[in-house]
Design a protein around this ligand. Structure first.
Ligand SMILES: C[S@@+](CC[C@H](N)C(=O)[O-])C[C@H]1O[C@@H](n2cnc3c(N)ncnc32)[C@H](O)[C@@H]1O
Length: 222
C-alpha cells in the first residue's frame, strides 16, 4: 500500500482530505496562535527573513493560516496568501486590516495543490508548516514549481519525522490521530525534493529541540 507521498506505508496513517483539514483548523482556530503559533514562531521568523532576503517582490504564502507571518514581511514584498480554511483566513484578514498591512495583495480561499495562478506568477513561494498537512505534498511542490518563476525561491519550514529513536516512536504513535490534530507527525521528507526535481536544498534545523527544519530550494532542475 502506498501513502500520500507515493512511498510504502510502514504504519497506520489516518487519511486527511480537504474536509478533514477544514474541520481540524475550524476546531483549532481559537487557540492556534497561543499554542502552535508560539512554539513555531522562531522558525516562522527564520522563514520570513529568508523570504525578505530573496530576490524579487511577488511572494506567495500557501497555508497562510491566521496570518501570523504577515506583519513580518518587508513592506517591499507584495504578498498573496492562500488557505483551504475559511476560518483561519478570517483571522488572517482581520490581522492584515487591523495592522494596516498595505503590502498584502490578497488573502484567498484556495487549495495549494491546485491553485488558479498562471505559471511563473511569483518570485518566491513559502509554505510554513503546510507540507505535513496537505494530503499530497508532491502535488504541493509541483504546484509551487509551476507558479514560481524559473530561478525563483521556494521555502518550506516544517517538522520532518525522525528516521529512528524515541521521538520517532512518538511520531508513529501520534500518526493515527493526524485528522484530529491537523497534521501528519510521521511526515518524512528528503526524497520529495528529489522527486520534485528541485535544486539542492539548504536545510537548517530550528528550535525548539531541532523540531522544525527550514528548507531553501531554488526553482531550477537538480
Ligand atoms: C499548521 S497551519 C500553518 C499556518 C501558518 N502557515 C503558520 O505559520 O502558522 C497549516 C495551514 O495549512 C492550511 N492548509 C492545509 N492544506 C492546505 C491546502 N491544500 N491548501 C491551502 N492551505 C492548506 C490549513 O488550513 C492551515 O491553515
Amino acid at each position: 500500500m502506498a501513502d500520500a507521498f507515493g512511498t510504502a506505508l510502514k504504519g497506520p496513517r489516518a487519511p486527511m482530505d480537504a474536509d478533514a483539514v477544514r474541520a481540524a483548523y475550524k476546531r483549532q482556530v481559537v487557540f492556534y496562535d497561543n499554542w502552535f503559533g508560539l512554539v513555531s514562531q522562531h522558525s516562522r521568523l527564520a522563514a520570513v527573513e529568508a523570504v525578505n532576503r530573496a530576490p524579487g517582490e511577488q511572494v506567495l504564502e500557501v497555508g497562510v493560516g491566521t496570518g501570523l507571518a504577515l506583519p513580518l514581511y518587508s513592506p517591499a514584498k507584495r504578498v498573496t496568501g492562500i488557505d483551504l480554511s475559511a476560518d483561519m483566513l478570517l483571522k488572517a484578514r482581520a490581522r492584515a486590516e487591523t495592522l494596516g498591512l498595505r503590502n498584502i495583495e490578497a488573502l484567498q480561499e484556495m487549495d495549494a495543490q491546485a491553485t488558479s495562478f498562471p505559471d511563473a506568477s511569483f518570485d518566491i513561494a513559502v509554505a510554513m508548516f503546510v507540507a505535513s498537512v496537505v494530503p499530497k505534498p508532491r502535488l504541493l511542490l509541483a504546484e509551487l514549481k509551476r507558479v514560481v518563476k524559473p530561478g525563483g525561491t521556494i521555502l518550506l519550514v516544517n517538522h520532518f519525522a525522525r528516521a529512528r529513536g524515541p521521538i520517532w516512536w512518538v511520531e508513529r504513535a501520534l500518526a493515527p490521530a493526524s485528522a484530529l490534530i491537523g497534521w501528519h507527525p510521521d511526515f518524512r521528507t528528503g526524497h520529495i525534493f528529489e522527486a520534485a526535481d528541485l535544486k539542492a536544498a539548504r536545510i537548517t534545523k530550528m528550535p525548539p529541540f531541532s523540531l522544525f527544519s527550514l528548507v531553501e530550494l531554488t526553482n531550477e532542475p537538480r
